[in-house]
Design a protein around this ligand. Structure first.
Ligand SMILES: Cc1cc2nc3c(=O)[nH]c(=O)nc-3n(C[C@H](O)[C@H](O)[C@H](O)COP(=O)(O)OP(=O)(O)OC[C@H]3O[C@@H](n4cnc5c(N)ncnc54)[C@H](O)[C@@H]3O)c2cc1C
Length: 573
């Protein structure tokens, strides 16, 4: 077994030594995978990772499009597990750019030496549970076969870009790119006729910048989205000093909030229990503050229809005042779903970009795209010639990257079959019938609804603690109880049903991928409540999890790694 005879372009055999057997196989080297490598090393496990990209960074490796940046404030979009790390890193902007976030990921990887147990440029193509051995057998697109006691997926929630679904792309004589897999070398936009298809977050971040560079930019919009101004700029020195006075405590407090970020201007009130003047003033304050505060300034914006309508009307007015041409403004105003029930976008000059002479908006509900031609894009109205087409068409979110792993669990059950009517998972951490498989930010956890550096740290720590508990107590196998899983799924669905989120055709609901079951994919009860729940479950003795003391190949508590081939004989982590 092993892959020692595989020809590896540009990578030496020694660099890519892949073990035959380890304690944990870890898939993905974004922020989740990186922290998991650190954490597992800390508890003495031999972990080995696979990453499809040629380097670390995940989201921030792949999404290099102009304007890509975080929209959780940089001071919060930060690992909190190491006080030294908090001290040693300085962010330059309130919302850091993709290059700076990638630099941060690299800084962390170097600081903790996290690259050495990862095979890059390697995609996991299948994982099968071998019941007799109580091991996972993991296969890659480079022929590797690795066995492990535990399998941890850190494949990300937004890591599988949707393939362009428009016919004729192969005929296009120009160049096309996807925001979610943007090339590493610069894409030449200057003086070009550029199309952007899609007006989700990536489209909204990139359109203003592409418009400044391109000769002409045409935006193809199917559904207008709500966007609020980010008010980006340098990190506010006074606020930073306040946070840094006790940064670790600031991060701990974030874990006690609904969204994993500080509630700096939230009132905790219903929008309907204040006067119209106060409501307007609070909305103005939130609009001026930036972040997701317009969604959170009142507690019931996404659960009460009247409160929601008030917030929506407020944003509609803002769009009308930003866009000079009233007809274009009307096209940009979202009217088909409640405010905030699709991922709210943060922008810099998005709506004002449509005042530029070189920018055109095509509403493809009015004039649908028929196909891509050699020259450009043909709608039912006319053909538009382009040099470059940018697909900002989103991701097969949350479940897509997990299903792409082709996982087979106990008794030959396929994850794809188990999830054909929608994902089932206990706490988003484990899936019944798939023992010793853990998922970071799996479906039915808060994941994308909160600051993901927080959700990642919480999940990685929970998983590491659970494995540590097993290793120390002679427990070789853990599985989620299927009844507990069903109960959790009901709770997650019932909570979503009490909100307005289920009324939108969003990627939160799986609605952007043809054939995907229409299910709300996250736990919406709040990150704070979720953390409490996970802690209570552990302190009650891991309610809903089943542990089995099966004898395995390696005794519990003893880290093991087995290599094949000439390299690394006898090496241990
Ligand atoms: C443009 C953009 C902006 C965002 N902004 C924010 C923000 O402001 N705040 C926030 O909280 N979140 C944001 N997110 C979400 C972001 O994904 C998370 O914050 C975080 O980076 C996720 O880290 P991760 O390690 O879980 O996943 P990822 O960063 O997605 O990493 C997963 C890795 O797994 C690899 N992988 C997947 N499948 C396989 C396989 N089969 N084999 C091998 N490797 C595999 C991928 O190549 C990828 O590198 C944003 C996402 C995008 C796309």
């Amino acid at each position: 077994m092993g892959n020692s005879d595989t020809a590896l372009a540009g990578i030496s055999e020694v660099d890519r030594a892949v073990p035959q057997k380890v304690d944990v196989v870890l898939i993905g080297a974004g922020f989740a995978g990186l922290y998991a490598h650190h954490k597992f090393r800390e508890i003495g496990l031999a972990a080995f990772g696979f990453e499809a990209a040629p380097d670390i960074g995940g989201t921030w490796f792949w999404n290099r499009y102009p304007g890509a940046r975080c929209d959780v404030e940089s001071l919060d979009y930060t690992y909190s597990f190491s006080p030294e790390l908090l001290d040693e890193w300085r962010w330059s902007e309130r919302f850091a750019t993709q290059p700076e976030i990638l630099q941060y990921a690299n800084f962390v990887a170097d600081r903790f030496d996290l690259r050495r147990e990862i095979a890059f440029d390697t995609r996991v193509t299948a994982a099968e549970y071998d019941e007799a051995a109580n091991e996972w057998v993991v296969r890659t697109d480079r022929g590797d076969i690795v066995r492990s006691h535990y399998l941890v997926s850190a494949v990300g929630s937004l890591s599988l870009p949707k393939a362009p679904e428009i016919t004729g792309l192969d005929k296009f004589a120009g160049r096309w790119v996807q925001t979610g897999a943007w090339p590493r070398e610069p894409v030449d936009v200057a003086g070009k006729r550029v199309a952007v298809i899609g007006t989700g977050s990536s489209g909204i971040q990139s359109i203003p910048i592409l418009a400044e560079q391109a000769a002409h930019l045409t935006v193809f919009q199917r559904t207008p989205n709500y966007s609020v101004p980010a008010h980006n700029g340098p990190v506010d020195a006074a606020y930073e000093a306040q946070v840094r006075a006790d940064y670790a405590e600031h991060c701990r407090q974030n874990r006690r909030t609904k969204g994993g970020v500080p509630s700096r201007i939230n009132t905790g009130l219903s929008a309907m229990e204040v006067s119209e003047e106060e409501r307007r003033a609070r909305f103005e304050q939130a609009w001026g503050f930036g972040t997701f505060s317009l969604q959170a300034v009142f507690r019931d914006i996404t659960s009460n229809e009247q409160s929601n309508a008030a917030a929506a009307a407020f944003v509609h007015d803002k769009i009308r005042s930003a866009v000079k041409d009233p007809a274009i403004a009307e096209k940009l105003i979202p009217k088909t779903f409640p405010f905030g029930t699709k991922r709210l976008c943060l922008d810099t000059n998005y709506y004002a970009t449509f005042n530029r002479d070189n920018v055109e908006l095509v509403d493809i509900r009015e004039t649908p795209i028929e196909g891509i031609t050699r020259a450009g894009i043909r709608t039912t109205e006319r053909e538009y010639p382009f040099d470059l087409i940018v697909f900002a068409t989103g991701f097969d979110a949350i479940t897509g990257p997990l299903l792409a792993l082709n996982i087979t669990g106990e008794g030959g059950r396929k994850l794809r079959d188990e999830w054909k009517d929608g994902p089932q998972s206990y706490l988003g951490l484990m899936i019944a019938g798939f023992p010793n498989l853990f998922t970071v930010n799996g479906p039915s956890s808060p994941s994308v609804l909160a600051n993901m550096l927080q959700t990642i740290e919480h999940h990685v720590e929970w998983i590491a603690d659970c494995i540590d508990h097993m290793e120390k107590n002679g427990l070789a196998r853990v599985d989620a109880d299927s009844d507990a899983q069903v109960a959790w799924a009901h709770e997650v669905a019932n909570m979503a049903a009490k909100t307005l989120y289920t009324k939108a055709d969003s990627w939160y609901m799986g609605a952007n991928v043809p054939g995907k079951p229409r299910v709300f994919l996250m736990y919406i009860g709040g990150f704070d409540r979720y953390v409490d729940r996970c802690e209570a479950i552990v302190s009650e003795g891991y309610t809903g999890f089943r542990f089995t003391p099966v004898a395995g190949d390696s005794a519990p508590g003893q880290s093991s790694v087995v290599w094949t081939g000439a390299h690394s004989q006898g090496t241990r982590f």
